[in-house]
Design a protein. Structure first.
Ligand SMILES: [Fe+3]
Lengths: 246, 204
């Protein structure tokens, strides 16, 4: 990880058979929100290979602590105390330093703090549900939270979301922009969830399931789950070739 | 068997869901006090160089209904056509312009508004100038993987006509879906997810 000079290459093509398709009628909201025409392929230009940078100095002291960042002084959020840690890598296996991770989740009862949320489970007055952090020089990150509860949602007559944490990731280029979700090892709801099943490949789903790591657990305090995230890789130079006619 | 390339696979995308605002615009979502302000909420200050413009964005579904739970991010060059990014090798961008903005669509009108500046032209891969444009990324409940598109400017007819990306689009009838008309200093960009006027989305 000694070479930190900025990279200017274009990104590897996104594997559209690995990623979920837009139209997945078992997840009903996708029906009217899925483009029906083919995406138009665009070789990356400087508009796609560049992206904004976020400095560690923008982070507040509790941004990576969801147990306390919304809690009243001296209080803390209710739930299973959990550490989530891992690395942001790219498809070449290199750590992505300086990646901004933003995450949001329901509380321990499966309830979100949101106007449009109607689930009867109660709000936790000490839990807001959002946090953020920036990866270090090796692409590593960690944050502290409570394990979110599963919750029912209106799709089929009896659909439940498995426990999950939503992640938004900024890498080094705007074309790497990604939103995904982290699931917890051993949750039987994962394989029944219509949103999980928008992903066609079983191993792509397994890649989103965080592993319980007893060695990283803090005894008498919090269990730890490891969750690595992979962003698109990139070529070494931008102007490796020119197409005919240009 | 042969040697492995040791490549990893990109993490699969999942929808941003209905509560994306909690994570990305918590102050907008009425979760105050965690962050001083939402990221990407303001793009310009009094020192930013360039022509001030307003962009009004709507995201419209296949039933002609405006999404009230979408989140839109934009990325653009500064007035001189330079990106504020370490991967920009052509020079230093305006330090008073980050070039990135993020807005949630209004929960009652479905509209979101970016106050920004008109970007300069940036080169295509072969060095030809592209027309001024802004890169868009749209996520929402029901969108399984973020949609990437571009907005071009309605008052840049000549530049648009010679733009290498627009020129490559086979179905010319679709090109106007990427061009935002101008009225005063305001551009209106409707992103249609489906239908006859479905916006062109890119695989970038
Ligand atoms: Fe959720």
């Amino acid at each position: 990880m000694s070479n930190n000079s900025p990279e200017t290459g274009s990104f590897f093509a996104r594997d559209r058979e690995w990623q979920p398709p837009a139209f997945t009628p078992w997840y009903k909201t996708s029906v009217l929100r899925s483009p029906q025409k083919a995406l138009i392929s665009l070789d990356n230009t400087i508009s796609e290979i560049t992206g904004p940078v976020f400095g560690h100095n923008m982070l507040g002291a509790l941004d990576d602590d969801l147990i306390h960042n919304f809690a009243k002084p001296g209080e803390s959020a209710i739930g299973e105390r959990t550490i989530v840690y891992g690395r942001v890598l790219d498809e070449r296996g290199r750590g992505v330093p300086g990646a901004l991770l933003e995450f949001w989740q329901a509380n321990a009862g499966g309830r979100y703090r949101h106007k449009k949320e109607g689930y009867m489970a109660p709000l936790d007055p000490n839990f807001g549900g959002c946090g953020r952090t920036i990866t270090d020089e090796n692409g590593a990150y960690a944050f502290r939270t409570i394990k979110p509860g599963p919750y029912p949602w209106p799709n089929g007559p009896n659909d439940w979301r498995p426990s999950h944490i939503h992640f938004s990731i900024f890498g080094h280029g705007f074309a790497q922009r990604l939103i995904t979700q982290m699931y917890f090892e051993g949750d039987p709801l994962i394989w029944k969830c219509p949103i999980v099943r928008t992903i066609p490949d079983k191993s792509a789903i397994e890649q989103l399931v965080a592993t319980l790591d007893m060695e990283a657990t803090i005894p008498m305090d919090a269990r730890a789950y490891k969750f690595d995230i992979v962003l698109r890789g990139r070529r070494s130079t931008m102007f490796e070739n020119r197409r005919e006619g240009n | 068997m042969t040697q492995s390339l040791n490549r990893l696979k990109e993490s699969a995308s999942q929808t941003a869901g209905p509560y994306v605002h909690i994570g990305l615009t918590p102050n907008f979502a009425e979760i105050p006090g965690v962050y001083p302000e939402d990221l990407g909420i303001s793009m310009v200050n009094d020192k930013t160089k360039g022509e001030r413009i307003t962009i009004k964005v709507r995201v419209i579904d296949g039933a002609e209904t405006t999404l009230k739970d979408a989140l839109v991010e934009i990325w653009q060059a500064d007035a001189d056509g330079l990106y504020n990014s370490p991967s920009e090798m052509r020079g230093a961008a305006d330090p008073n312009f980050k070039g990135w903005g993020r807005k949630a669509t209004d929960m009652s009108t479905g509209e979101c508004i970016f106050e920004t500046i008109k970007p300069g032209r940036v080169p295509f891969r072969d060095g030809r100038p592209q027309a001024p444009h802004i890169t868009f990324w749209v996520v929402a409940r029901g969108i399984n993987i973020g949609l990437q598109t571009r907005m071009y400017f309605g008052d840049e007819e000549k530049a648009n006509a010679e733009d290498p990306v627009l020129q490559r689009i086979e179905h010319k009838i679709r090109v106007p879906t990427l061009i935002a008309p101008r009225e005063g200093n305001t551009y209106t960009f409707d992103i249609r997810l489906q239908g006859d006027k479905e916006t062109i989305f890119f695989d970038i």
